[in-house]
Design a protein. Sequence first.
Length: 131
Amino acid sequence: MSEFYKRSNPHRLYRDKENALFAGVCAGIAEYFGFNRKGTRVVTVLLMLFPPFFAFILVSYLILAIVLPVKPSELYENQEQAEFWRGVSNAPSDVFGALRHRFRELNHRLEKMEACVTSKEFEIDRELGRR
């Protein structure tokens, strides 16, 4: 498969076998959405206490345990990269808004530098050897 078709975003739903109690489904869901693992497990068990949800949660858990791939051990280089890809997947407008803001700041700084370098004062200072 060519590089064009490969998925560049490593953030997807996996089973997290490193932090698993049973199959790693709850740990994977918590990792994907940025939730607390223990909280996700508690909510799952509490929902299973209600009869209408018991069968749905149990069947969903078993299907996800079979269908979801196991999380690779070296998926992200560092925690910052993991948070970036989680943000891109969960709230892309926030991530790209922050990037747009950073680029605007850099552009503003570049404009100031260009104004300084192209000014007559800079040219005179350079000719006199002050810069």
